[in-house]
Design a protein around this ligand. Structure first.
Ligand code: TMP
Ligand code: ASP
Length: 255
C-alpha cells in the first residue's frame, strides 16, 4: 500500500492526507483513553463500530440539513472527510445529570435536566481541557460571536434530533461532546460538524434499565465494553455485515 502522509494522530483516530486536496482520511483505532490519557486500553473492534456509528449519525444529520465534514465511508476503519480548521472548543450537550456535572455539583447521576445544558471546554490536553465561557472563547479569539451563535444553534438541533433517534430504538442520550470546524468554499466560510459521534463521546443509557452503553464502561471498569458498543450499533440497525467476528480486530495502522 502506498505510503500516506499522516497529518495528525489523536487518542482514538489518525488523520491521513486524503486523495484530493481539501480531503482527509479519518482512521478509527481500537485504542481508548480516559481521564486525559491517564487510563489507557484497547477495545477490540471499537474502531470498526465507531466508524459505522459515526457514518450513520452524520448521514442522518446531513438529511436534516446539518452541515458535516463527512463525505463517505471508505472501508471498515476509514472514512473520507472534508479538511476543516478545527475550532479548539469541545461543546458538551447534557440532557441528564452525569459525569463531571454530577461530580462538580454533588448531584446524583440520572436526574433529568429541566432543559438541555450546553458547556464549552477549551481543547488543550496540557491544561486538561478546562471549562470556559463564551466570554473566554470570544476574548481569546477561538471563535467569533457569530461562530458561537452557529455552534449553539447547530448543537441544539443535533441534540433534538439525536435524542429522538436514540429514544426510538430504546436508548437515552444522556450527554455528548461535539467538535466543529471552519470550511471555506469560494470565499465563504461555513461552520460544519467535525470529528465523530460515537459511544466514545456520548453517554447512552438503555431507556428502561439505565444500563450504560458507552465509554463509561471502560472509564469505570464495568466490563462488557465492546459488547455495549455492538449493542448500540445493533439497535441503530447498522451492525457490520458478518457480525463481530472476522476482521473486526482489523489491520494495524499502516505506516
Ligand atoms: P463529562 O461528564 O466527563 O464532562 O463528559 C461529558 C460528555 O462529553 C460525555 O458524553 C463524554 C464526553 N467527553 C468527551 O468526548 N471527551 C472528553 O475529553 C470528555 C471529558 C468528555
Ligand atoms: N478522551 C478523553 C481522554 O482520553 C477523556 C474521556 O473521554 O474520558 O482523556
Amino acid at each position: 500500500m502506498a505510503r500516506r502522509r499522516r497529518i495528525y494522530e489523536g487518542k482514538a483516530k489518525v488523520l491521513f492526507e486524503g486523495p484530493e486536496p481539501g480531503t482527509l482520511v479519518q482512521y478509527f483505532k481500537d485504542d481508548a483513553t480516559a481521564f486525559n490519557n491517564q487510563k489507557r486500553g484497547v477495545i477490540t473492534g471499537k474502531g470498526v463500530l465507531n466508524n459505522r456509528i459515526s457514518e450513520y449519525l452524520m448521514l442522518r444529520l446531513a438529511e436534516i440539513g446539518i452541515p458535516t465534514h463527512f463525505v463517505r465511508r471508505l472501508n471498515m476503519r476509514e472514512q473520507l472527510v472534508r479538511e476543516v480548521e478545527i475550532i479548539p472548543i469541545e461543546v458538551v450537550v447534557r440532557n441528564t445529570v452525569a459525569g463531571s456535572l454530577a461530580k462538580r455539583f454533588g448531584i446524583e447521576e440520572g436526574q433529568a435536566l429541566p432543559r438541555s445544558i450546553i458547556e464549552y471546554y477549551y481543547k488543550n490536553d496540557q491544561l486538561g481541557d478546562p471549562m470556559v465561557s463564551e466570554e473566554h472563547i470570544t476574548a481569546f479569539g477561538w471563535a467569533t460571536p457569530q461562530d458561537l451563535d452557529d455552534i449553539l444553534n447547530l448543537s441544539l438541533r443535533i441534540n433534538d434530533f439525536l435524542m429522538g433517534l436514540f429514544l426510538g430504538v430504546g436508548m437515552k442520550l444522556v450527554d455528548f461532546k461535539l467538535e466543529f470546524g471552519r470550511l471555506w468554499e469560494n470565499e465563504e466560510m461555513r461552520i460544519v460538524l467535525a470529528d465523530e459521534i460515537s459511544p466514545d463521546n456520548c453517554r447512552i443509557w438503555d431507556a428502561k434499565t439505565n444500563e450504560k452503553m458507552d465509554k463509561d464502561r471502560f472509564r469505570r471498569d464495568l466490563g462488557g465494553v465492546a459488547e455495549a458498543y455492538q449493542e448500540v450499533a445493533r439497535r441503530l440497525g447498522i451492525l457490520p455485515e458478518g457480525g463481530v467476528g472476522g476482521d473486526m480486530a482489523g489491520p494495524k495502522t499502516i505506516q
